[in-house]
Ligand binder design. Structure first.
Ligand code: SF4
Ligand code: SF4
Ligand code: SF4
Length: 266
């Protein structure tokens, strides 16, 4: 496996807002405004308007270029600057992924990210698996839930087969060790998680996490241990909260994998 490289902070293009004091200081005083010839004043006004429009335009371009969030990349694609420089949008990783978890960024993710690969843990076959599991041999499923999910051809999570990296022609997806590196980090969303309801009772993410990264606290609510989590997405994929609670949370599930911006392991 490759040695970890220095971490990179996500780059976000943003035009810093000007302060009220700064704007006030830039205004001419009443006296100088009265003393200025009319022609100069009009030109100044037009120049100011043009400058403001340019700044607004640049701000918009910067936002559109960078996007508001850093996408979750397939394993080995962490380190955003390196990844963006190397990925040629060939789509091979998406084509070979046996779990169908690789999607494609759109314009809403920013121009730089458009058509680059990103992970989607909401693939619909998880629901089909849950329905199937309800009728399957319950003892076998409960004894080894993750293995049963693999055997059933479950999709929408990463099993670290690394076919994507092996087929990447540019090395944008580097070597990755799921015990040392991470795609992202799972976080509980209390307003969506069923276990936070009064009746509670759900522990699906605890049972299905293949890395033992989730436990229950004394109130029987899930807690993620970040040092064990590598962002595989099984928990987000299998979480049933959006099925039972669409009235409250929409598509958001009770647990979701987010980019860990504090440290990037590759
Ligand atoms: S490691 Fe395998 S399962 Fe994970 S994203 Fe790559 S191809 Fe898909
Ligand atoms: S295979 Fe590599 S270069 Fe091609 S889209 Fe995927 S990450 Fe980018
Ligand atoms: S993403 Fe979820 S299932 Fe995967 S290791 Fe982290 S907590 Fe476990």
């Amino acid at each position: 496996m490759g040695e970890p490289q220095p971490s990179e902070a996500p780059q976000r293009g943003a035009v810093p807002p000007t302060t009220r004091a700064g704007r006030d200081a830039a205004q001419p005083s009443d006296a100088s405004r009265r003393a200025a010839p009319r022609g100069i004043s009009r030109r100044g006004l037009l120049a100011g308007a043009a400058g403001a429009a340019l700044l607004l335009g640049l701000g918009g371009v910067a936002r559109a270029t960078a996007g508001d969030t850093v996408p979750l990349r397939p394993p080995g694609g962490q380190g955003e600057q390196r990844f963006i420089a190397a990925c040629i949008h060939c789509d091979r990783c998406r084509g070979v992924c046996p779990r169908g978890v690789i999607g494609t960024c759109g314009i809403e993710d920013g121009i730089v990210n458009m058509r680059t690969p990103t992970l989607d843990f909401h693939v619909a076959t998880a629901k089909a698996y849950r329905r199937g599991a309800a009728h399957a041999d319950q003892e076998a499923v409960l004894a080894k839930p993750y293995e049963a999910l693999l055997d059933a051809g479950g999709s929408g999570f990463c099993d670290f087969c690394m076919l994507c990296a092996k087929n990447c022609p540019t090395g944008a997806l580097a070597a990755f060790d799921p015990d040392r590196h991470w795609i992202g980090e799972a976080r509980i969303v209390p307003r969506s998680c069923i276990a936070f309801d009064k009746l509670g009772g759900c522990r699906k993410c605890v049972d299905y996490c293949p890395f033992g990264a989730i436990s229950l606290d004394e109130g029987k609510r899930p807690v993620v241990q970040p040092e064990k989590c590598n962002g595989c997405g099984v928990c987000e994929n299998i979480c049933p909260s959006s099925t039972y609670r669409t009235f409250r949370s929409g598509l958001q599930r009770g647990i979701e994998v987010v980019v860990n911006e504090q440290g990037r392991p590759l």
